[in-house]
Structure formats: C-alpha cells, structure tokens
Design a protein around this ligand. Structure first.
Ligand SMILES: [Zn+2]
Length: 421
C-alpha cells in the first residue's frame, strides 16, 4: 500500500468544529487512514511519501453541487459555428480548471453525459468525481428551450447518450425521465420555473404542473432510489417542487418566510448559486456575449436573490454550495463562499456547506467530504487561512495542492510526488 503523510499544516476537517494546529493527515492509497495532531498519528513502517503543507491549511476536497461541465457562456455566433464534438474537448479544460480550484466532486446540473463521467473514472482525462443529470426536463417555451421567435432554435434536441429534455404532460414526462435514466443519469434535473438565460420565459413563471413534478419524483425516487433537483426561482414553482418531494432547490430566487419554513419542514436543500446572476451582470458589462434579455433579467433578480438566500439561511434551511459554473468561467467556483458569507454565513459555515453538507445533499456523506479516517482521500492544501479571509480562496494560486482519491492532481508546493494528469 502506498502511504502519503501530509504534515506541517492546520486542519479544517469539514465538520465545522475546532481547527487542529500542527496537524497531519495520513493517506493510505485512496483512503484517509488517520488525521489529527501530528504527534498522535502513527506513521507506518512501510515506505511513506511525505508532503510538507508549508504551514498552510488542510481541508477536504471541495464540492460544487451545481455545475455544467459541458458548457461555458459564449456568444451566439460561436454557439452556432463551433463543431459539435469540440464541446467535449472544451470540457476537458473545464474539468481541469475545476480541479485547480480545489473542487474534487461536482453534481452536473445538465449537459454532461455518461461518456464524460466514464472518461474521468477510467483516468483517461483529469476531472472531478461527478454525479450527472445528463439533460434537464423542460417544458415547451420554458427554461432550457432556446427556440427563438425568429424561428431559429439553438436547443440541442438530444444526441446519442443525451436525450431531448423537452416534454409536456404526464406521459411525455414519464418517458423522458425513463430516457434520461437509461442514458445513465444519477439524478433527475427539472426546470420547475423560468430562468435568466432563456429567451421567452421569466424566473417567476411556473413550469410543469404539480402532477408532472410528482411523476418525476415517483419515477426517479420511488422506483429507482434516485433524487430530483429542481431549478426553481419563483415562489410558486419552488413550493410546488418542495411539495412534490424534490430533494434540492437550485437558485431559489424568491423564497419568502413561508417557503423557507416549508423547506425546513420537508428537509429540502437549497443550492443558492449566488455567483450566477452576479457573473451574468459582470459579463454583460465586459462584452456583448450576454443577450440583452438575460442581462435585464439578471438585473431584476439580483437583490431579491441575495435576500432570499439570507432568509433561507436564517430560517435554518440546509444549504449546499453550488455555483452554476458554466454560466461563469469554470475554476472560479470558490467566489461563491464569499457571497454566502455576505448572505450571513460565517466562513466556517460556508466551508461546511462546501464539504459536509454538499456531500450529504449528494447522498455521499458517508464516503467523502471530511478529513476523517475511512473517508476517500480527497484533500486540499491552501496557503491562506480561509477562516480569516474567505475571499483568499478566490485565487487559485492559494490552492497549493489538491489530492483526489489519494493522487496529487495539483501541486504548487513542489511536493516531489508525481502529479497525476
Ligand atoms: Zn444551472
């Protein structure tokens, strides 16, 4: 067995408790063997590779529960003229940048198919561990339907391994859920309301009936034991999704006190993606990539979104970190932690939201997300203390080393361990 000893760091283990100074973490292959005070770690006699954390901070590999690895915001012209298969090569770059940010696990909220996931699992390309939703279910004219009133339709209506997501009525919804599951989805994604980036709807529009949402939960959850995640921004759509038994609300722009309480009562997670509208606005100011209708909607929802997340936080809704990466550049994920702190969280709470709570949201709480004996060896080393400067995580230069499954996939420490690419 190959042992790696990470030493000379302060441990922030992801559980939200006290930090441990002069800590060490012993990795045994793909699993964490021990973590804690270095004086209390028994180092085995076998060959051990030592990694000096340089007085930095040792954290679990981070988790982003809402990304789109297969996309990154681009001009309409580029979308229309880029060859189809080019998107897979771009995804390789997106996944590499995600790892560079210290994010070792993601939940893909539509676009990434089973081949991409398998390529990472087989070690063909470097990327985060992932759960995929393959494609999102969308109503005709809803968020995800990019049909334009010119008659031009930029929606990708499915390709082998990625079925078309547009469906209306119980029968079509049932069939589409089954097709997405057949294609290898780990989770079902639905657009329960309109959104910011779509041409003909609005975040407050309710999409899919209560009955249609319940059919999705029935097919995915009760028949297959899988979860449903809902892009839900307007109040009515959020409430419908929560009542239908959907596991997580994505974005959640218009959560009032009643809705927050409903989420607490049902144990529904919120994935805020505060970075999404902010980066749409930043991009709209920087160049003309963002369509005018999207910039306008982002401006409309921006303040309401921040208040909504702050309200949910105060009410005690479980919050899992998610960014909507793809709407912004991949690799900028950790800006979200600073925004969550602006909404009222402490730095430690934002870290727990990006580790333990995020893993629990994905159903992987027992396997990963904290630096503890028996968990998967996903560990990062930061140069700065995120508890005193959460914004320092925004610079990937401060993410000094990243281990995924015990393998060093990023190394700015010159740890003298072969970097796995
Ligand atoms: Zn999204």
């Amino acid at each position: 067995m190959a042992y790696t000893l990470i030493k000379n760091g302060t441990l922030i283990d992801g559980n939200g408790g006290e930090t441990v100074e002069d800590a060490a973490v012993l990795l045994n292959g793909t699993v964490i063997e021990a973590a804690g005070k270095s004086s209390e770690i028994t180092v085995p006699r076998e060959q051990v590779t030592e990694v000096d954390a340089g007085g930095g901070y040792i954290l679990p590999g981070l988790i982003d529960t809402h990304v789109h690895l297969m996309m990154e915001i681009d001009s309409l012209e580029n979308q229309l003229t880029t060859p189809f298969s080019y998107r897979f090569y771009k995804a390789v770059k997106h996944m590499r940048r995600t790892l560079e940010a210290g994010v070792t696990t993601v939940r893909d909220a539509a676009g990434t198919d089973a081949g991409v996931k398998q390529a990472v699992e087989d070690g063909l390309v470097a990327g985060p561990r992932m759960q995929i939703s393959v494609n999102a279910l969308t109503t005709t004219g809803g968020h995800g339907d990019n049909w334009q009133r010119s008659g031009i339709d930029t929606t990708l209506h499915g390709y082998p391994g990625n079925p078309d997501g547009i469906c209306d009525g119980v029968e079509e919804v049932t069939k589409t859920v089954r097709e997405v599951l057949r294609a290898g989805a780990d989770i079902i994604k639905v657009h329960a309301t309109g959104g910011v980036m779509s041409p003909t709807d609005h975040p407050e529009f309710t999409q899919f009936s209560q009955e249609e949402l319940e059919v999705m939960v029935q097919e995915a959850h009760y028949r297959r034991g899988l979860k449903v995640m809902a892009h839900a921004q307007g109040k009515e759509g959020i409430q419908n999704a929560v009542r239908a038994g959907i596991h997580s609300i994505e974005h959640g722009i218009y959560i009032d006190d009643e809705t927050a309480q409903l989420m607490v009562d049902k144990g529904t997670y919120l994935v805020p993606t505060l970075l999404a509208p902010l980066s749409v606005l930043e991009k709209a100011e920087a160049d003309d990539t963002v369509p005018a209708y999207s910039a306008q909607k982002a401006r409309e929802v921006f303040e309401a979104h921040k208040e909504s997340v702050a309200r949910a936080y105060r009410a005690g809704v479980k919050i899992a970190m998610g960014t909507d990466a793809g709407v912004m550049a991949h690799g900028t994920n950790l800006r979200e932690l600073g925004l969550m702190c602006d909404a009222g969280m402490t730095s430690m709470e934002s870290i727990v939201s990006t580790t333990k709570t995020a893993a629990e949201c994905m159903g992987w709480g027992d396997e990963l997300s904290t630096v503890e004996k028996g968990k998967l060896a996903d560990v990062i080393i930061t140069r700065t203390n995120p508890l005193t400067d959460i914004h320092s995580l925004e610079s990937n230069d401060n993410i000094a080393a990243v281990f995924k499954d015990g393998k060093l996939v990023k190394d700015l420490l010159n740890a003298n361990v072969s970097v796995e690419v």
